[in-house]
Design a protein around this ligand. Structure first.
Ligand SMILES: Nc1nc2c([nH]c(=O)n2[C@H]2C[C@H](O)[C@@H](COP(=O)(O)OP(=O)(O)OP(=O)(O)O)O2)c(=O)[nH]1
Length: 181
C-alpha cells in the first residue's frame, strides 16, 4: 500500500497527564474517534500556538490546567479525512483543578504497566486490571491502534515522531516511528 495522498495539513494537539503510575485518558463521547480512549486535545484555532491549544483543550475537555511539555509529533492520515492531521503531543506530571467530565470526553484513570514487557502483555491480552491500584491497565484495545507503537516509549520519557495511515476498515495500514531519548 502507498502512503495516503493529501494536499493540506491541519494542526491538532493531544495531551497526556500522568500521576505516579496512573495515566489520565478521556473516553471520546462524540465526533472523530468516538468510542475510543485518548489524551485530551483537538484542533488548533487560528492564531494559537500548539502549546496554547493544548492547554485550552485540556481545560475544555478535562477541566484541568497543566504545565505541558512537548514530547512528540504524529502525522495521521485516513481515507475518512481529506487533510492530514499534524498532531503535536504533550505531557504533564502535575495538574491543577478538578478533573471534570465534558460534553466531549469522560476522564478516567488507568494503570501504567511498570515494564515494556508488561506493556506488550496488555497490548496482546486486553482488559487486565492492576492488582495494586485496582485500575484497568491502559486500554490499548480501545485506543487508536498506532498508540501502542509509541505510548510505552513516550511514557518512559522518550520523544517520538512518526506517521500512521489508517485504512477504510479503521485499522492501521502503514506507519513509521522514530524515538529520541
Ligand atoms: N493518540 C492519538 N490521537 C489521535 C490520533 N489521531 C487523531 O486525530 N488523534 C487526536 C488528535 C486530536 O486530539 C483528536 C481529534 O480532534 P477532534 O476531532 O476531537 O478535535 P476538536 O476537539 O477540535 O473537535 P470538535 O470540538 O471541533 O468536535 O484526536 C492517533 O492516531 N492517536
Amino acid at each position: 500500500m502507498d502512503w495516503l495522498p493529501f494536499n493540506k495539513v491541519k494542526p491538532y494537539t493531544n495531551a497526556f497527564v500522568r500521576q505516579g503510575n496512573q495515566l489520565l485518558l478521556g473516553y471520546k463521547k462524540r465526533g472523530f474517534g468516538k468510542g475510543l480512549y485518548n489524551g485530551f486535545g483537538g484542533k488548533v484555532d487560528q492564531g494559537e500556538t500548539f502549546a496554547d491549544a493544548a492547554t485550552r483543550e485540556l481545560q475544555e475537555e478535562a477541566g484541568i490546567t497543566a504545565k505541558l511539555e512537548h514530547r512528540g509529533t504524529l502525522l495521521f492520515m485516513s481515507p475518512e479525512i481529506t487533510e492530514a492531521a499534524h498532531i503535536e503531543v504533550f505531557y504533564a506530571e502535575t495538574f491543577e483543578g478538578t478533573i471534570t467530565e465534558s460534553d466531549e470526553m469522560r476522564p478516567e484513570w488507568f494503570a501504567i504497566p511498570s515494564t515494556d514487557e508488561k506493556h506488550r502483555e496488555i497490548i496482546q491480552k486486553a482488559k487486565q486490571v492492576d492488582a495494586v491500584s485496582g485500575l484497568r491497565f491502559i486500554p490499548y484495545d480501545e485506543m487508536w491502534e498506532d498508540d501502542a507503537l509509541w505510548l510505552p516509549a513516550f511514557l518512559s520519557g522518550h520523544h517520538f515522531i512518526g506517521r500512521a495511515d489508517f485504512g477504510a476498515d479503521g485499522r492501521l495500514q502503514k506507519w513509521w516511528f522514530a524515538l529520541k531519548s
